[in-house]
Ligand binder design. Structure first.
Ligand SMILES: [Zn+2]
Length: 78
């Protein structure tokens, strides 16, 4: 068994080739990878394995938080 850095998800955070595809929601701070990331790029295998795709909007808000915001918006409007 070869012990490699690939087993440690933290190493991704230090590699700019991987970092460019990582995203973080400004509200819940969840970390994932860009849902628009290409089929192939360095480190994709590990990103897919350790993180989930996150579709941030222009404000940097993930789908989950956006739904919560939409709901609260509806409550305010009604
Ligand atoms: Zn969020």
């Amino acid at each position: 068994m070869v012990k490699s850095q690939a087993k440690d998800p933290e190493w991704h955070l230090n590699d700019p080739r991987v970092r460019k595809w990582m995203v973080q929601c400004v509200i819940c701070q969840v970390i994932g990878y860009c849902a628009d990331a290409p089929e192939k790029f360095f480190g994709r295998y590990h990103l897919v394995k350790y993180f989930k795709p996150i579709d941030l909007d222009a404000a940097g808000i993930c789908d989950d938080c956006r739904q919560v915001l939409d709901l609260s918006q509806l409550t305010v409007d009604s």
